[in-house]
Design a protein around this ligand. Structure first.
Ligand code: UDP
Ligand code: MG
Length: 313
């Protein structure tokens, strides 16, 4: 494999997975060798405090990226992906809940012309509470982001290398990669994959990660709808609020001037002024967001469209 590019890069984040590492490596190796394609294996130690790193010693082939401290699964994926040299990047969890033998399925599906193939844990082997949480999150995602896949929380995914030219991963974003890529026009497919209960180690999933995922989801919703015209959202609602507020104030003025009503005991003048102020704020906010996004696109040399290729005849 030396200086020749490996065709597939398998990227796995590890945080306190000492019981799993060796078996994981063995199974990935086995699966990749079966495919008869060149490959590399990249493990990211996300600041483990147990024997994970030690267990990686002597495994070959392996590229091990060691984080200085625990930065989270998404950061680990990002580092691994940036290190990867393969034409296709496979991501998966390091807890043996995904089956490396499914890599072949992902690749087969990819050959049908997809840029991204996401695993769908058809038969989830997790605790009931986690399943419920995950189902709800998936439903919400369907509504907000309207992507085409069933199970975005499944880490087992295959990406064509060029997918990553357009995204950096932050927060809990790795689970929304297919959604983000779909927004850019990449073709996203799905295959059913196996899922096993966790045998060694403990899950690092908790409500805090769930919350972060939810916030990220809203951010993608915003991005999907308004990333090139935030003023439409903020400015639009700002104008509406200000308008309603102005009407209320006018109405109060009429009551006072023509009917001599006492306003000091009424809530409406307050409501009116509040709405006008909030409206102006929102509008200004929209203007700022607009400027920020223009700077963003310019800085990143990005546009809100994405060119697949340019051919000259
Ligand atoms: N993980 C990580 N850093 C973290 C948390 C998790 O690298 O801060 C890894 C973990 O080692 C595993 C994968 O991310 O390989 C998924 O974690 P976990 O199994 O705890 O999540 P779950 O599958 O329960 O959602
Ligand atoms: Mg897991």
């Amino acid at each position: 494999m030396d200086d020749q590019k490996p065709l597939i890069s398998v990227v796995v984040p590890l945080y306190n997975e000492e019981g799993n590492v060796k078996e994981l490596h063995r199974r990935i190796l086995e699966a990749c060798q079966k495919l008869e394609k060149s490959f590399e294996i990249i493990f990211i130690d996300d600041g483990s405090k147990d024997g994970t790193v030690k267990d990686c010693e002597g495994l070959s082939p392996l590229t091990l990226i060691k984080f200085r401290k625990n930065f989270g699964q998404t950061a680990a994926f990002d580092a691994g992906i940036k290190q990867a040299k393969g034409e296709v990047v496979i991501t998966m969890d390091g807890d043996l809940q995904n089956d490396p033998a499914d890599i072949g399925l992902l690749l087969e599906k990819m050959e049908e012309g997809f840029d991204v193939v996401s695993g769908w844990r058809f038969k989830r082997k997790d605790s009931l509470s986690k399943k419920i949480f995950s189902r709800t999150a998936n439903m919400l995602r369907k509504i907000l982001i309207q992507d085409t896949i069933h199970d975005s929380g499944c880490s087992l995914k295959a990406y064509k290398r060029n997918c990553f030219e357009d995204v950096d991963l932050f927060g809990e974003m790795h689970r929304f990669m297919p959604a983000l890529l779909e927004l850019q026009g990449y073709k996203v497919g799905e295959v059913k994959v196996s899922h096993f209960p966790r045998v060694h180690g403990v899950t690092k999933y908790n409500w805090k990660r769930g919350m972060k995922g939810f916030v990220d989801m809203i951010s993608i919703w915003f991005w999907r709808k308004y990333s090139n015209r935030p003023l439409h959202l903020f400015g639009g609602s700002g104008i509406v609020l200000s308008f309603v507020g102005t009407l209320i104030i006018l109405w109060m003025a009429v009551e006072k001037i023509f009917f001599g009503a006492s306003l000091s005991e009424k809530i409406w003048p307050l409501v009116g002024i509040f709405l006008v102020l909030v409206g102006i704020q929102l509008f200004v906010f929209g203007l700022l967001a607009d400027i920020l996004l223009k700077v963003y696109y310019k800085n990143q040399r990005r546009m809100n469209y994405n060119i697949k290729e340019i051919t000259q005849m």
